[in-house]
Design a protein around this ligand. Sequence first.
Ligand SMILES: [Zn+2]
Length: 199
Amino acid sequence: MVDVKKIKDEMLLAAKRAYTRGIQTGNGGNFSARIPGKDLMLVKSSGGSFIDADHNSLLVTDFDGKLVEGEGKPTREALLHGFIYKIAPQVNGIMHCHSPWSIGWASTRKNLENVTHHLKLKFDCPIVTLDINAGVVPEEEFYKVEEIFKKYPKLPAFLLVDHGVVAVGKDIIDAEHNAELIEESAQVAFLKALASSFR
Ligand SMILES: [Zn+2]
């Protein structure tokens, strides 16, 4: 039997971690988790802060973002989350944050790669930057997300220009850890660029 309460507890833990770590401030960003065995997911309702989220802020929707259970409005980006669950069966959690170093790096339009040995060891693929000119990834751009999942089926995250990071994982805790590592790596990428000017 699916333990929805346990999944919700994990989501709240991940959200608090992301907020405390500073990878998501204010009331931006969103996160979700797949409800195993069903074409349903739990998503953060629109507007609230990661740190204030509770069980009531987590809504059940289908993969098209349609509300199935709970009160409130699903996040505007639920459609993207649902799309990822549709195309990537190995993904069970998604953490999407407007993390400053990640956004800074994405503005270079370059992929994030070869930053540290740890990053290379942990993820056997570049962190691709997608240049999508919108605050919410529109449906007509979803093919770009599908393309990178086809190319790198085990990808842990991707970056969105002027927007943030979308990290995925085998569960929401894993996805949040990936978001942290991407943010740390983006920061290191800038430090390395600065350090190179001292050589
Ligand atoms: Zn966003």
